[in-house]
Every structure is written in structure tokens, then in C-alpha cells.
Design a protein around this ligand. Structure first.
Ligand SMILES: Cc1ncc(COP(=O)(O)O)c(C=O)c1O
Length: 427
């Protein structure tokens, strides 16, 4: 199901999940949590609580001279090379498929990158229509909608439900909307559901984007957190499509990354949300135009931060450790919660998307009875024409603490949902 709306910039707060959550809970006193000090437990925000490796501080210290310099918006050669190398290794791309200077742009995070991309793409519409269209999943990360509103685009949301594999099927969007579409987002692994897009879905979307000439943002910021199989990137699919393409053989000007931009950052991969360090890779023409937007309106990524980022993209050990911790958390969630709820361990990401029947009521109850803050699915979703959102029945839990902490939280949640306060759990 799709919905169409213009989001009024003045009313953006109405769409901001954290503002809505604050308003929902502000008059409800927090219950004492199960922690020894009774402090609240915040599972509402996807902010990894493990620390990034110690070498981050060392690299920043070594590059401290860079604090007195304005960073070039594009990124330092070392940083861009490290990003390109990581992409090449992680996605088994042929050498030179990604040219660090042409195809990569350093950005503080996927958030800033998304916003600058939306401003750039939606303010240079190629199609002669009343308003550019921005296609986004429903539910979704709120910055997509915010960026569309800032660029005065029409937001068209496509439901991501259990039936659609928790991902939007953009091939169902009517032609007349596709004809007006300038920008589209696919998040994989997705936030909030943790669904991973299968290669065919990515391929179909790239084909659709090329047919209707719009840009697709592949938000891959959770790519390094997965359960069994490493999620594929749109870059890999683009390479496969290139190998099959006649245009590639017949046209030297042809860009294998045409219409595609992928977004990555160290916030989730390296538990370094505060570092503000990421990159965009893809379509050379758009990378150059987004770079211009950033040159004018962005602050760039500080040089010492890029030095630390360079090292983080080169190190896999800390990423493997983080991934294993999230897996422990998911296993605990399943073991502790599944007698009461249907727990689906997602293919990727670190959030649990739990069907609790009434997400808003359960959010209030967990807060009031146990000082546990979660995000109601409705606050990450847009209402369809019938006033229902695909997130109404859900809550999102970000499993961002260590397993011993998460175990206490899960037991507390289960006890509240079961209305049994004294149930212990082994293991
Ligand atoms: C789906 C998604 N995209 C992007 C971001 C932004 O992350 P960052 O800007 O730190 O890379 C987040 C953060 O929670 C997210 O969940």
C-alpha cells in the first residue's frame, strides 16, 4: 500500500519519533527499573553502547595538527582510499571498480549524507512535474521524511510489512508516480525491522531507477551487523548487472554506478556514533554534485576524525567482536521473550521489531512499570489513508548494551508483558 503526502516543514516535529516519544511519556513517572540503582533503561535509540577501539583516541592524538585546518569536503586521500579498499574487500569488487576520488565522498554520517543528497537531487529535478517525488519505506528512519520535507518534495511511502518481507516493493508504485520520482531510499538491513534485501529486489530497483531515471539511495549503515550471511550491497549487484550489460560493451561513457548511491558509516559498525564519520559511494555525477552542496553548506569531516576513521575501516577485529555481541543479545531475546511473544531474529541490524498488539500502550506500560523506554512502531511510520500505520502493532528495541545488561532488560520486559513479577530465568 502506498500513501502520498507533503510534509510541512513547520510540522516536522509531528514526524520526529523522539519528540513524539518524549510527549507520550512526559507525564508518566518512570517506574523503578530492574537495575541495582533503579535507573531507567533506554532501548529506544540505536546508539551502540560498546566503546570503539582504543586506537581511535591514539589516531586522533597523532593527527591533532589537523584541528587547525578546515577539512576538504571531499575527504583526505588516505580516508577515501581506506573506504574504497574496504568496499573492494567486503563486496569482492574488481580493482578500480571504485575510484576513490571519483566515486567516494566523506560525510560525517549517513544522516548528513542523506540530507545533503536529498537537497541536491530534489532541488535539481530533471522531470517537468508539479513536485518531485521521494519514495521511502513505511516505517522508516525519520531523516528520510525530514530531508524530503526540507526539499519540498512529495513523500510517497510504500508499506514494508511482514507480507512484503519487511521491505518495500517499489515495483508496485504506479507509473505516473515513478515518472515524477527523483529520489528513492532502500535501507538494508532495514531500520526498524532488520530485513535484508535479496539480490533480485536490489536488481529490480536499480532497473526501475534507470528506466525512470531517478536516484536510489541504498542506506547500508547496518551492513556489518548480521546474523548468518553478510548482506549484499547494491554495488555488488551493479557490478553483476554491468557484466551482463550491452551498454557497458558498446559505450565507453557508460557509468556502471549510474543512478546508485550507497551510504555507510562507522556509527554502527564501530560503535562510534559520536565520531561522525562515514561516506557515500556511487554515481560519479551525483557524488560531484553532492560534494558541491557539502562544500557550500557542510562542515566536512575533521582531519583527525578522518585519521581515526581510516584506521577503523582497516580493522575487522572490533567489528567481529561487536557482531558476536549482537548475536548473543538476539539469542537471549529469543530465549527469554519467545514464550510470551513471537520473536523473529532479524537477518541484520541490532533492533528487535516486536509485534506486541498495541505498540503505544505497551510502550507506556514498560515505562510506567519498569522504567524501560522503547520506541513504538507507530512513531516510525506514516498513517495510510485509513489512519492505520504498518507499525501500530510493534515496538522497536535497540539491543545496544552488553549481553548481561540486555538479559536483565529482557527478563523485566517479559515479566511486565506476562504480568508475572517474579519469574526467574536460567542461562
Ligand atoms: C537507517 C539509518 N540510517 C542512517 C542513520 C544515521 O546514522 P549515522 O548518521 O550515524 O551514520 C541511522 C541512525 O540510527 C539509521 O538508523
Amino acid at each position: 500500500m502506498i500513501t502520498r503526502q507533503f510534509v510541512d516543514r513547520q510540522k516536522l516535529q509531528e514526524f520526529h519519533p523522539f519528540t513524539r516519544l518524549r510527549t507520550l511519556l512526559e507525564d508518566i513517572p518512570a517506574g523503578r527499573s530492574c537495575l541495582e540503582d533503579g535507573q531507567v533503561i533506554n532501548l529506544s535509540i540505536g546508539e551502540p553502547q560498546t566503546q570503539p577501539p582504543a586506537f581511535v583516541a591514539e589516531e586522533i592524538e597523532k593527527a591533532a595538527k589537523g584541528w587547525s585546518k578546515y577539512p576538504l569536503s571531499k575527504g583526505t586521500p588516505d580516508y577515501l582510499a581506506a573506504c574504497a579498499h574496504w568496499l573492494g574487500q567486503r563486496y569482492k569488487l574488481p580493482e578500480n571498480f571504485i575510484n576513490p576520488t571519483k566515486h567516494i565522498l566523506a560525510v560525517p554520517g549517513t544522516r548528513e549524507g542523506l540530507f545533503m543528497t536529498a537537497l541536491t537531487v530534489l532541488s535539481s529535478p530533471k522531470k517537468n512535474s508539479e513536485a518531485p517525488v521521494f519514495l521511502t519505506p513505511n516505517p522508516c528512519y525519520h531523516v528520510y521524511t525530514g530531508a524530503a520535507a526540507a526539499a519540498a518534495a512529495e513523500v510517497v511511502t510504500v508499506n514494508a510489512t511482514k507480507e512484503s518481507g519487511y521491505l518495500p516493493d517499489y515495483t508496485t508504485v504506479p507509473e505516473e508516480i515513478l515518472e515524477r520520482t527523483e529520489l528513492c531510499v532502500l535501507c538494508s538491513p532495514s531500520n526498524p525491522e532488520g530485513a535484508v534485501a535479496e539480490p533480485q529486489r536490489i536488481k529490480d530497483l536499480i532497473s526501475l531507477a534507470r528506466k525512470h531515471d531517478f536516484v536510489v539511495v541504498f542506506d547500508e549503515c547496518y551492513a556489518e551487523i548480521y546474523t548468518d550471511t553478510a548482506p549484499q550491497s547494491a554495488l555488488e549487484i551493479a557490478r553483476e548487472m554491468e557484466a551482463e550489460s550491452d551498454a557497458a560493451k558498446n559505450n565507453a561513457q557508460h557509468d556502471p554506478l549510474a543512478n546508485i548511491l550507497v551510504f555507510h558509516s562507522l556509527s554502527k559498525r564501530s560503535s562510534a556514533a559520536g565520531l561522525r564519520c562515514g561516506f557515500i559511494a556511487g554515481d560519479e555525477k551525483w557524488i560531484s554534485m553532492i560534494n558541491t552542496t557539502c562544500q557550500v553548506g557542510g562542515a566536512g569531516v575533521p582531519i583527525p576524525v578522518q585519521a581515526a576513521g581510516t584506521r577503523l575501516w582497516q580493522d575487522e577485529e572490533h567489528v567481529n567482536i561487536n557482531r558476536a555481541l549482537y548475536q548473543q543479545n538476539f539469542n537471549l531475546a529469543q530465549k527469554i521473550l519467545s514464550p510470551s511473544l513471537s520473536v523473529e531474529i532479524p537477518a541484520g541490524g541490532f533492533c528487535l521489531w516486536l509485534n506486541v498488539g498495541n505498540g503505544i500502550e505497551v510502550t507506556k506500560k514498560l515505562w510506567k512499570d519498569a522504567g524501560i523506554r522503547v520506541m513504538p512502531g507507530a512513531f516510525m511510520s506514516h498513517a495510510n489513508d485509513d489512519g492505520v500505520t504498518p507499525g501500530d502493532r510493534y515496538i522497536r528495541l535497540a539491543l545496544v548494551y552488553d549481553p548481561s545488561f540486555m538479559k536483565k532488560a529482557f527478563i523485566s520486559i517479559r515479566n511486565i508483558l506476562d504480568e508475572k513479577q517474579d519469574v526467574g530465568i536460567n542461562g
